[in-house]
Design a protein around this ligand. Structure first.
Ligand code: F6P
Length: 317
């Protein structure tokens, strides 16, 4: 029996637990012995690695976050700790690794592979949806649904009071969550780092809309824009003349019951990852786009930055 391990790294996403469950089940189906590495690369360094079985994943499919913990490991950036990590894997005879993480996690993995040749397969997992080479990252659908529910709720109170609400979404430097939420929630304004804006250009139209009876505005702003959400609220108060409030959605976007789509994607991502390792693919990431799943070399993904879909961006007026 060959040994295979899985870890989660970087920001957790809803979908990691369904992925862990399928990892255990599919490993057994393929005659492999599954291990969990706790707390990401930190656990790889500290040897918190445990052989697991079905009972370790019972009932976790409904839970957000990750049962095995995650981390943003600074130590893994250092060569001596990576050597320690490799030693830990060797001691347990683990020759295959599945990593759920974002681009930072994959950069660390790329270095680890170049130094030690540990065979791995990565599964893009970040609500930011900002990994080059894939259109979809695990957790995005659940995050978007959480944002949708929040905006729908805020709309109720905004309309009751005649207010503008500035809703800040996560995404780091990527405006994907904000943009998709804008297009699907019918908000009046959306600001993302990928598109220059001039607040002045909205003034005449927004004032006219109030004159014509508009009671409220919803503005969705990505955390990566240069201005603070409060500055946008101040602009609404001063220039548009409507009382304003800021709502930073923050980490609620990362948690919650995984959506059906993320549960299914978790299942498929893990199946492709384990199959790839069994086919002796050594350093690949499972990617997904309109033509389906494919494996891409990690080198292609860690070089450069993912651009936000141009067609989607063009919808933003
Ligand atoms: O990468 C996922 C993400 O949620 C980003 O959208 C956000 O900027 C960041 O992580 C927050 O990081 P932390 O959980 O460390 O505060």
């Amino acid at each position: 029996m060959k040994n295979i391990a899985i870890l989660c790294s970087g920001g957790d996403v809803s979908g990691m637990n369904p992925a862990l469950k399928h990892f255990v089940e599919y490993s057994f189906e393929k005659g492999l012995r599954p291990y969990f590495i706790y707390d990401g690369y930190e656990g790889l360094i500290d040897n918190t690695i445990k052989q697991v079985t079905y009972s370790d994943v019972a009932g976790i499919i409904t839970q957000g976050g990750t049962k095995i913990g995650s981390s943003r490991s600074k130590r893994f950036m250092q060569k001596n700790y990576r050597t320690q990590a490799k030693q830990n894997l060797d001691d347990l005879d683990i020759g295959m690794l599945v990593v759920l993480g974002g681009d930072g996690s994959f950069r660390g993995l790329d270095i680890f592979y170049k130094e030690h040749g540990v065979k791995f397969c990565g599964i893009p997992s970040t609500i930011d949806n900002d990994i080059k080479g894939t259109d979809y990252c695990l957790g995005v659908d659940t995050a978007l649904n959480t944002i949708k529910t929040s905006i729908d709720a805020i709309r109720d109170t905004a309309s009751s009071f005649r207010r503008a609400f500035i809703i800040e979404t996560m995404g780091r430097d990527c405006g994907y969550l904000a943009l998709v939420s804008h297009l699907t929630s019918g908000s009046e304004l959306c600001l993302v780092p990928e598109k220059k804006y001039d607040l002045k250009s909205y003034e005449k139209n927004f004032k006219e809309q109030i004159k014509n009876g508009r009671r409220y505005f919803i503005a969705i702003v990505s955390e990566g824009i240069k201005q603070d959400a409060q500055e946008i609220a101040d602009w609404f108060e001063k220039e548009i003349g409507i009382e304003s409030r800021v709502c930073v959605l923050g980490h609620i976007q990362r948690g919650g019951n995984p959506s059906i789509y993320d549960r299914l994607m978790a299942y498929k991502f893990v199946t492709h990852a384990i199959d790839a390792l069994l086919e002796n693919k050594k350093e690949s990431i499972v990617c997904y786009d309109t033509s389906g799943f494919s494996l891409k070399s990690i080198h292609l993904l860690v070089d450069g930055k993912k651009e936000l879909d141009k067609k989607l961006l063009d919808y933003l007026k």
